[in-house]
Design a protein around this ligand. Structure first.
Ligand code: GTP
Ligand code: GTP
Ligand code: MG
Ligand code: MG
Lengths: 292, 280
């Protein structure tokens, strides 16, 4: 919708010939509103618009015969540059097992993503994958993971009556002995400001030393996405992000904000409830959504 | 607030920034600011405290079409039927448990309905609460028709003279035509069985959600005619400012707020409290 709004704006200008600085300001205002509506963080938008302005003037946009196309092109390139700056490769451990840990706020899709990631790795890399149910708080959490795991032929480790750290230590030991190449740990949802719960995550990371920690983030997250990601990053440092519920019509601006601020790559996106609705992240797909 | 002894452009920009950072849409933020700005110019108001008061009053008015979780149950109309809907992972099942606990504590008889027949361990999750609270629950086996579960549940409530039926539904995206049709079908089952519309159709909205909440509420409302909104996870750092736009434009009342994972972390929506949170 941004492009069509732009077309109206610049159609008027095109007939006048060249773009005035005032016209550029108006165009940037439109872009700013579109990005905010897309849930891109306020402060990220501010920096972003300034960069686009500098870029546009640097490319002599005021002399251009097709300023609208040029500005949109610059905005699109800048977004892709931010989103695409990381690698989406999975980094496996030198010696198995490779241990992944998934973390994030309540309800973002961690348990579902645990199975999706396991399934993806199993199919694409032909490695024997397994999962650990380390959420002892949510009612029926281990049943949920067990159910999903059985359905996909993935080995699952659960243990009742134990603390999450004990479960993970025991689970890694048992699954490793069972010949699994990959172990993925599903953790309970938690607030980034819950000191005790964040400490639990830190303890697991400290004792288990997972090779990859992924933040599981809901694509419809609003302005707080930056604070959430920064806090998780400063507490447990994650290696990548899994962006979920892309199948809603959310513009997904949280992705841009988080990439820009944490510099961590989005590795995967979840596009639905089914186990196979999971794919490697592609910057250009998400970039076109953000712009609307 | 204290660094602006007199209002000026910087002051208004700072207000706009605070609103937007709280997920109030840019358009709604500018509407609120323009209105208060105009009023303060016309009445020559320069006192920060008065401006602040005007902003809060404006916001409270936007939030109060006719709100407040009105929890009195009309015993003439037994069973009262409430249905909870919303996108995936927002807190529907947890909130049903909290409502059940509330009603049980005030002496209202409750029947739980496990109408999420799709998701893994959906029944086990809600049944945990049914057992914890010692409440009856109706469920069918996984993948059976949710409409059939609802039909059986209301039938049982009528037979057992139960005051209120609480229906938990599967999470679904408003973008899924088929799943929205399924919800409409469930509503029709209820309408036919109790000869009136469900007493409450409440959409559960997650505080961390940004502008997409508008589309969620609009589409669910179009399909079902919502009677209210429940805002969850207010114990997190997100403020749910998108509710301002939703409340103002769609006139759907916010009825409850949940603020944590314990069973008693639910309260009536209080516009004054919500407004204070937006400004802190
Ligand atoms: N539409 C859609 N639903 C999803 C997606 N990913 C997960 N879900 C659904 O979102 C809901 C929550 O998923 P879970 O995997 O239980 O989320 P979680 O993060 O483990 O939740 P907690 O453990 O309670 O913090 C479920 O209904 C999932 O089926 C997605 O990409 N699209
Ligand atoms: N911190 C916090 N967590 C909450 C709140 N309400 C729900 N949760 C958590 O959010 C997660 C999802 O809750 P559910 O009740 O399963 O959500 P749902 O809408 O039924 O999910 P689906 O049925 O999968 O669509 C769980 O981990 C809950 O404990 C709340 O008010 N605060
Ligand atoms: Mg989970
Ligand atoms: Mg549920």
């Amino acid at each position: 919708f941004l492009s069509s709004k732009f077309e109206d704006l610049f159609y008027k200008i095109r007939n006048r010939g060249r773009l005035s600085p005032g016209d550029l300001d108006e165009a940037l205002r439109e872009i700013r509103l579109a990005l905010l509506e897309a849930d891109v963080n306020f402060k990220v938008v501010k920096e972003f618009i300034e960069r686009v302005r500098t870029n546009a003037l640097g490319q002599n946009i005021l002399e251009s015969l097709s300023p609208s196309q040029q500005v949109i092109k610059i905005v699109n390139e800048e977004i892709i540059k931010i989103l695409g700056s990381g690698s989406t490769d999975i980094i496996f451990a030198g010696r198995p097992p490779t241990i992944f840990m998934l973390a994030g706020l309540q309800g973002t899709g961690k348990t579902t993503a645990t199975i999706k990631l396991a399934n993806f790795i199993k199919n694409k890399y032909s490695r024997r994958t397994s999962v650990i149910a380390a959420d002892i708080y949510r009612p029926a959490a281990s049943i949920q993971l067990n159910d999903l795991a059985k359905h996909s032929g993935i080995e699952v480790f659960t243990a009742s009556g134990k603390k999450p750290l004990e479960i993970v230590l025991e689970g890694v030991d048992s699954l490793k002995k069972g010949g699994n190449d990959v172990i993925i740990i599903d953790t309970a949802g938690r607030l980034q400001v819950d000191v005790e719960m964040m400490q639990e995550l830190k303890d697991i990371k400290k004792h288990i030393k997972p090779h990859q920690v992924y933040l599981v983030l809901d694509a419809m997250t609003g302005q707080e996405a930056v604070n959430i990601a920064e806090k998780f990053n400063s507490e447990i440092e994650f290696d990548g992000i899994i962006l979920t519920k892309i199948d809603s019509d959310t513009r997904g601006g949280a992705a841009l904000s988080i990439n820009h601020v944490t510099k961590k790559p989005i590795k995967f996106i979840s596009t639905g409830e089914k186990t196979d609705e999971f794919e490697v992240f592609h910057a250009d797909r998400i970039a076109s959504r953000i712009l609307g | 607030w204290n660094k602006f002894k007199k209002t000026n452009q910087d002051f208004w920009e700072e207000i706009e920034e605070q609103f937007i950072l709280n997920d109030v849409s840019a358009a709604t933020a500018s509407d609120i600011i323009e209105e208060v700005k105009r009023k303060s110019l016309m009445e020559n108001i320069n006192d920060i405290e008065i401006i602040r008061h005007l902003l809060k009053e404006k916001i409270k008015n936007m939030l109060t079409p006719e709100t407040a979780g009105d929890l009195k149950i009309n015993v003439e109309d037994k069973p009262v039927v409430w249905m909870l809907v919303g996108v995936n992972g927002v807190g529907k099942t947890s909130t049903i448990a909290k409502l059940a606990n509330y009603f049980k504590n005030i002496g209202t008889s409750v029947l739980l309905t496990a109408a999420d027949t799709f998701r893994a361990a959906a029944y086990e999750q809600i049944n945990h609460f049914a057992e914890l609270l010692n409440l009856p629950i109706v469920h069918h086996q996984r993948h059976s028709d949710p409409g059939a579960v609802v039909y059986d549940s209301i039938e049982k409530a009528i037979a057992k003279n139960i005051d209120i039926v609480l229906i938990d539904t599967a999470g679904r995206m408003h973008t899924s035509y088929n799943l929205m049709e399924e919800l409409k079908k469930i509503k029709k089952v209820i309408n036919k069985k109790i000869n009136r519309e469900p007493d409450e159709i409440l959409i559960v909205v997650d505080s961390t959600t940004g502008q997409n909440a508008k589309a969620q509420v609009a589409v669910f409302n179009e399909a079902l005619s919502l009677t209210g909104i429940i805002l969850t996870k207010t114990d997190g750092t997100s403020k749910g400012g998108v509710l301002l736009t939703i409340s103002n434009e769609m006139k759907i009342p916010v009825k409850f707020i949940t603020s944590g994972e314990k069973i008693d972390n639910i309260s009536n929506f209080d516009p004054a409290n919500f407004t204070e949170m937006l400004f802190s």
